[in-house]
Design a protein around this ligand. Structure first.
Ligand SMILES: NC(=O)c1ccc[n+]([C@@H]2O[C@H](COP(=O)([O-])OP(=O)(O)OC[C@H]3O[C@@H](n4cnc5c(N)ncnc54)[C@H](O)[C@@H]3O)[C@@H](O)[C@H]2O)c1
Length: 256
């Protein structure tokens, strides 16, 4: 059990996968949640689910690559709920796999703009609101491939390494002012992102991708979004008061 009563949370990528699960769980434990999503239908669906279960949530449409959208989601959250205490800086993309020589510059830019610039802009514009209220807690989503290379998705791997650098740097800049910022590094998680990856990696039979990857995981399976959400909520909560700048793998032992 957590108690997020009186806390206001912003969750990017809240219309799908890990972000949706964290938004739902934060609301379940009392937070008012701004669900930031690029696609209206999925973001609204998350908000409706939260509201039907007695929680409070607001849908905000935004493309995290665009500074004006990020500034707008911060402004709309503060207008609606008065403050920002918690930030799950999570939206991200992984494009079709290809070796670096064949990787298009366009998809490289998409990956960097979404995963690195989107994370940077979120930190840049949310942190001032946290400073206004004496602090706040942030979790950014990297990946196990932010800790090591991954053949086939080198730009994605590079972008996830960058997220760790951004988040750790924030700690030295703002810890004294009450900001905590940590990183989660999931292995493969059952979300639409992995469904799309499997459909491209083994189009003849997408389940072969899961079988192949699961063999590299000592515990033999992908993680579930609710398992990742458990870790994110812990880091966002007051139960982790001295954890700052830490990088948590959650991967069934894959990186061990
Ligand atoms: N699923 C996995 O196996 C896995 C593993 C490690 C890390 N991750 C990371 O977890 C995070 C969540 O991914 P997921 O697995 O839930 O996948 P997902 O595709 O279900 O969710 C990603 C979300 O990010 C949003 N998004 C993408 N580009 C955006 C943009 N420009 N502006 C606003 N929103 C945008 C999508 O609309 C979607 O809601 C991502 O950062 C991903 O890289 C996922």
């Amino acid at each position: 059990m957590y108690n997020f009563e009186g806390k206001v949370a912003v969750v990017t990528g809240g219309g799908s996968g890990i972000g949706r699960q964290v938004a739902v769980d934060l609301a379940k434990y009392g937070a008012q949640v701004a669900v930031v999503s690029r696609t209206e239908a999925s973001g609204v669906e998350t908000v409706q689910w939260i509201q039907q279960n007695g929680g409070t949530a607001l849908f905000i449409q935004a493309d995290v690559r665009r500074s004006e959208d990020v500034q707008a989601y911060v402004k709309k959250t503060v207008e609606a709920f008065g403050r920002i205490d918690l930030f799950f800086n999570n939206a991200g993309v992984m494009t079709s796999p290809a070796p670096i020589v064949e990787f298009s510059e366009e998809l490289f830019d998409l990956t960097m703009d979404t995963n690195v610039k989107g994370t940077f802009l979120g930190l840049k514009y949310v942190i001032p609101e946290m400073l206004n209220i004496g602090g706040g807690n942030i979790v950014c989503t990297s990946s196990v491939v932010g800790l090591k290379g991954n053949p086939g998705v080198s730009p994605y791997s590079a972008s996830k390494h960058a997220i760790i650098g951004l988040t750790k740097s924030v700690v030295g800049e703002y810890a004294a002012q009450g900001i905590r910022a940590n990183v989660v590094c999931p292995g493969c998680v059952y979300t639409p992102m992995m469904d799309r990856y499997a459909a491209e990696f083994s189009p003849e039979d997408p389940s072969l991708t899961e079988q192949m990857i699961s063999q590299m995981v000592p515990m033999g399976r992908y993680s579930k979004p609710e398992e990742v959400s458990e870790l994110v909520l812990f880091l966002l909560s007051d139960r982790a008061p001295i954890i700052n700048g830490s990088v948590y793998t959650i991967d069934g032992g894959q990186t061990a």
